[in-house]
Ligand binder design. Structure first.
Ligand code: 2M8
Length: 439
């Protein structure tokens, strides 16, 4: 498929997945609005319909809670109530004193990508009064989200925020969580999986892992979703390099936009948060031995074992020093196993927990590749960056706009190697962005 056809197809996917004011990640499997998906999706729209890019984020922030928290799923569609699990009834968000009762939402969040997404929208539409008005309207909302995170998710005031659930990481069933699951016991839940009715079981998380995911939410319900109680007692408290890098990248964008639009007090606060975060990521989350950023288990006071593609995300936020950059690039290159694998597997292909088909335990994801590509380009590491871009486009050209892909080149020649949902929105949006050459 040539690039013009690819672009056309990508646009069609976004428009087909679009609903009233928002875009679903993929038909059949994800029937609502997801937080960080909306960010990536807006990056695609900005190239051909900037109004839709803005609306995507406006709709998301309409569901923001009174304390600045932004939930990770907005259950807009009543008719899909029973097509996804866990649904709004399971979360019962109204148990929280902060919930936004105008919307049905989850009680978990996702990586804070919105600051830098808004700056990228502004970059293509800065001459338009409606885009300027959009930035002015959204700035305080994104700021409130950051304030929520720094004030409620950083109990030791380190400049590092924690995630309270694996679904907050975006990398749902990564092997890094296994160690946490192995440290406590949960009951067997009796429920009907909706995801495995649409996607093959071997490409999705195991049932036993879902028991843990649900149990954590049940615990939080008991505590009425109070962040203090969660920080004091929950078995899952993790400082995730991807989540914290997205926060830093968004801080930086808000600082630049804030200076332009006169939010000067906010800029001061953002600058002080950001200095602390950058230095904490580089000291506490960087592992000199493996040469990459790691997840820190705040409950048990140690790194979680395993190297994931989230460990490369600080590149996107300009966090690594030039020495760290060298080390990271060498780890990243090794993820290709001397050219046998497409870049970038979501988990270390040399680790015995690597599973090339199973969701976040191995497959290649376009959003991670996009973040790493952008990061490498900003450091001038163009050779490796272009390789990642080429691998990404090759997979999509050969297979279509899948949710994730088989890393093995050998297998890709013998069998279908696009996995998970088809016609997946962020794959489409980010291909549009890649083909627009870093605008
Ligand atoms: C996946 O997560 C959801 C739960 O939030 C699920 O498995 O049902 C993840 O890949 C996540 O990063 C993504 O935002 C979501 C929708 O694409 O799907």
């Amino acid at each position: 498929m040539n690039n013009v056809r690819l672009l056309q197809h990508a646009r069609q996917i976004l428009l087909a997945n679009r609903r009233q004011g928002y875009t679903i990640p993929g038909a059949g499997i994800y029937p609502f609005q997801w937080k960080w998906d909306s960010g990536f999706i807006a990056l695609g729209y900005r190239h051909f319909d900037i109004q839709k890019a803005m609306t995507e984020l406006e709709t998301l922030f309409d569901a923001q809670w009174v304390n600045g928290f932004v939930p990770h799923i907005i259950f807009h569609s009543q008719k899909d109530r029973d097509n996804y699990f866990p649904n709004a009834a399971f979360y019962h968000a109204a148990l929280s004193e902060n919930a936004n009762l105008n919307y049905e939402t989850t009680t978990l969040t996702q990586p804070p990508v919105e600051g830098w997404v808004i700056e990228k929208i502004f970059r293509v539409g800065n001459h338009l009064p409606e885009v300027q008005a959009f930035v002015k309207r959204l700035f305080p909302k994104v700021m409130a989200q950051h304030k929520y995170l720094y004030e409620n998710r950083d109990p030791f005031n380190e400049g590092l925020v924690y995630i309270q659930h694996n679904w907050e990481s975006g990398t749902d069933n990564s092997p890094v969580w296994d160690e946490i699951w192995n440290s406590f016991n949960v009951p067997e839940y009796n429920f009907s999986r909706k995801d495995t009715q649409v996607v093959k079981e071997e490409q999705r998380p195991a049932k036993r892992e879902y028991d843990y995911y649900l149990y954590l939410i049940d615990l939080f319900k008991k505590w009425h979703y109070n962040d203090k109680s969660i920080a004091e007692s929950s078995p899952f408290l993790v400082q995730d390099p991807l989540f914290n890098s997205m926060l830093v990248a968004s801080n930086k964008s808000l600082i630049r936009l804030g200076k332009l639009f006169g939010f000067l007090q906010e800029v001061e606060l953002l600058e002080s948060w950001n200095r602390k975060s950058v230095s904490a990521i580089n000291t506490k989350l960087f592992d000199e031995n493996t040469g990459v950023y790691r997840h820190f288990d705040l409950r048990r006071g140690k790194w979680l074992s395993g190297i994931t593609s989230s460990g490369f995300a600080p590149l996107f936020a300009g966090i690594p020093s030039s020495q760290q950059l060298k080390k990271i690039c060498s780890v990243l290159e090794k993820f290709s196993l001397d050219g046998q694998l497409f870049l970038t597997s979501s988990f270390d292909p040399k680790d015995n927990r690597f599973e090339p088909q199973r969701y976040w335990r191995g497959p290649v994801w376009v959003n991670m590749n996009w973040l790493i590509f952008e990061g490498l380009m900003s450091y001038g590491v163009t050779g490796l960056a272009q390789k990642i871009k080429e691998d990404t486009l090759q997979m999509v050209r050969e297979q279509g706009f899948f949710e994730y892909f088989e890393p093995s080149r050998e297998k890709s020649k013998k069998q279908p190697f696009g996995y998970g949902g088809k016609e997946f929105s962020w794959t489409a949006a980010l291909v549009i962005d890649l083909l627009n050459d870093r605008l």
